[in-house]
Write a protein that binds this ligand. Structure first.
Ligand code: HSE
Length: 437
């Protein structure tokens, strides 16, 4: 017998859980009209049932036992919103074994354990929705795996971490140091008390692993993603970048060429005229190039209660419709990893343009020693600026290069940093966007 309503259980009653519950309760009538059947918020499980939340739930919904939610035969869809890998993985796998469909916002879980979870979902013929795991309110999962199905995606670039984008925007706009911008982000609740995942690029790498999987069909490859955060970025480099016509953004980059995919997260200099350069504050943006559509940019809020809850609701509705129409499995297979012919390119073989800032002693012959080493490593200089004049003292010497291989850059800089005329470690930032010849 067909079910008349679809029942939802939520595990994790934090910010996003509250948002999902609020929409399910407040927009119940509207959703029913749009869908033609009701969505019922059956249970919410959280270890803390005492804390006051900004929502009033009908009696009996909030429980402190996730297992009893999983054992509830009425619940069709389990929404996992606790984050982290354990016990989220165990709960999700148990729910799958019990035949529940899964929705998760947990990018760390999918990026590292996604293969096990999708295999289990396939075995038990249940759906997995994860729109909320990447870029919050931007429906990028649906775009990549459904709307762009006719495209071979060549590249995906994104600002997919709002916290680090807020910090870089603050440093750019107000000239403040990284540590002060981070404190500001924490005071506003954008950055966690432990901000490591955001500022070290790990959160972006989790999201890129998911996007790359959908875009190129490669297995979830979090461990193979080159990841560099923003903690070493200084106002000095932001100013030089600006003088040269660039902005610095923490960019997630995925590019496909022949049978290789490069996947990397690092601070990146982008021309000020590039659309992504104007994405500021906590906003996210994903720039996709497909062979049929050409370039496209998707922009919006990447986090927060209502944008993320909106993404969860989109999955709830898709899965509920599939349950009702008997087409479960419709979404699960689309664009999921299946290609073994594609390799993840090693970072040392990646080609990029570079910005270098040397601390070089200001005296004759220094530039030629540095450029000699660069030349010997096949690195061609595009422009050089020396800032200031301090005889026999260190001054910033800024260089932009043409395309070079990462391996050659790392090797050349190691040698340059050992020169007695160079004081301190050379700063280098990769450059993306059109070369302005
Ligand atoms: N911490 C993330 C960010 C939001 O700063 O964008 C959740 O994915």
């Amino acid at each position: 017998m067909k079910k008349s309503a679809i029942s939802i259980g939520i595990i994790g009653f934090g910010t996003v859980g509250t948002g999902v519950a609020r929409i399910l309760l407040e927009k119940q009538g509207e959703l029913r009209r749009r869908l033609g059947f009701p969505l019922i918020l059956a249970k919410i499980a959280d270890i803390d049932v005492k804390r006051k939340r900004a929502i009033k739930l009908p009696g009996g919904i909030l429980i402190n036992d996730a297992k009893s939610l999983l054992n509830n035969p009425d619940i069709d869809i389990v929404v996992e919103l606790i984050g982290g890998i354990h016990p989220a993985k165990e709960l999700v796998l148990e729910a799958i074994e019990k035949g529940k469909h899964i929705i998760t916002a947990n990018k760390a879980l999918l990026a590292t354990e996604g293969t096990d979870i999708f295999n289990a979902a396939g075995e038990h013929n249940v759906e997995i929705g994860f729109e909320a795991s990447v870029a919050g309110g931007i429906p990028i999962i649906k775009i990549v795996r459904e709307a762009l199905i006719a495209n071979n995606i060549q590249s995906v670039y994104g600002i997919i971490n709002g916290t680090s984008n807020y910090i870089l925007t603050k440093m750019t706009g107000e000239g403040v140091e990284f540590s002060d911008a981070l404190k500001g982000a924490q005071a506003l609740g954008y950055a966690e008390a432990d901000p490591t995942f955001d500022i070290e690029g790990i959160d972006s790498a989790h999201k890129l692993a998911i996007l790359a999987s959908l875009s190129f069909g490669v297995p979830f490859s979090f461990k193979k993603i080159f990841t560099e955060g923003i903690t070493h970025i200084t106002p000095l480099d932001i100013n030089f970048a600006s003088e040269l016509g660039y902005k610095i953004k923490l960019l997630a980059v995925a590019k496909q060429s022949a049978n290789e995919v490069e996947l990397r997260i690092h601070p990146t200099m982008l021309p000020k005229g590039h659309l992504i350069s104007s994405v500021d504050g906590v906003f996210n943006a994903v720039y996709v190039e497909g062979d049929a559509i050409g370039p496209a940019l998707y922009y919006g809020r990447g986090a927060g209660e209502t944008p993320t809850a909106s993404a969860v609701l989109s999955d709830i509705v898709d899965i509920a419709r599939d349950i009702k129409s008997g087409s479960v499995g419709r979404i699960r297979g689309i664009g999921m990893p299946g290609r073994s012919d594609v390799k993840i390119k090693k970072m040392e073989n990646v080609l990029s343009r570079y910005y270098f800032r040397f601390s070089a002693i200001d005296k004759p012959g220094v530039l030629s020693r540095i450029s000699g080493i660069l030349g010997a490593h096949n690195i061609s200089i595009k422009s050089v600026i020396q800032k200031g004049r301090k005889r026999e003292k260190a001054v910033p010497l800024v260089m932009m290069t043409h395309e070079a291989k990462e391996k050659d850059v790392v090797c050349a800089l190691k040698k340059i940093d050992r020169l007695p005329v160079v004081s301190g470690k050379t700063m280098f930032i990769r450059v993306e966007g059109e070369e302005d010849n």
